[in-house]
Design a protein. Structure first.
Length: 231
């Protein structure tokens, strides 16, 4: 691709590595494009954040395609991952330590399968307190790290598919298709409560955004290498 291609606009399918922030992934591409074509600046942004503890599909837009970000963010997303039963964490994932443990003996594979039906369709969901949502001009995770309790409003989200793909107690592997604004961490936490136990998200990978699939995506490092190879 040429300098003009990137400036006019490209939609890049990136497979964000585990441990990287979405900002790091965007910055890595921006730096590579600017260096390759000796550009002082270029418009670039992503269509939907992925936490550092999640891997998978990140849609990155350059140039005039950055105008499409809002449209792309609104598309249905697919995730695969693992929920660990019998415990909770304050962040609903592995960012924080386990704070409470719960019994597991009453949970059967049949109960797990049956409970997924409670989460299909339009549901109310409360975002995690460890999130980047703002309240009174401050990020929720800032309140959480200060140990301050804040009221978080629930929001309506839509889950079209929630499939259990494997059970290896206490781990439950799943695939979910959901609307914009869905927190899979909150889904894991609520799933644990629905099972009269506790749960937290222990692995997450975004596999699709609309018709875009992670199997067509490349890593930021691979993108950089390919860019340097081009004449």
């Amino acid at each position: 691709m040429t300098k003009e291609d990137f400036l006019e606009g490209q939609l890049l399918l990136i497979d964000k590595p585990l441990g990287w922030s979405s900002f790091q992934a965007v910055n890595s591409l921006k730096w590579a494009i600017r260096k390759k074509f000796e550009l002082k600046k270029i418009k670039i942004g992503h269509a939907g954040t992925l936490d550092p503890l999640a891997s998978g599909l990140l849609l990155i837009c350059t140039g005039k395609f950055t105008k499409r970000i809002t449209e792309l963010q609104g598309q249905e997303k697919e995730y695969t991952g693992t929920i660990t039963l019998g415990a909770t964490t304050p962040s609903y994932d592995m960012e924080t330590e386990i704070n409470e443990r719960f019994p597991l003996s009453h949970i059967t594979p049949a109960l797990i399968q049956a409970t997924t039906t409670d989460f299909i369709g339009e549901i109310e969901q409360q975002p995690p307190v460890f999130s980047a949502l703002k309240k009174d001009g401050k990020r929720l995770y800032e309140y959480a790290r200060e140990g301050k309790e804040v009221e978080i409003k629930t929001r309506k989200i839509h889950i079209s598919e929630f499939e259990i793909t494997g059970i290896n107690f206490p781990e439950v592997h799943f695939r979910v298709c959901c609307s914009k604004g869905t927190y899979i961490r909150s889904l894991a936490f609520d799933f644990g409560k629905a099972l009269d136990s506790g749960a937290y998200l222990s692995a997450l990978r975004r596999t699709k955004i609309g018709d875009y699939n992670v199997n067509k995506a490349i890593s930021p490092e691979k993108f950089r290498d390919l860019l340097q190879l081009e004449a």
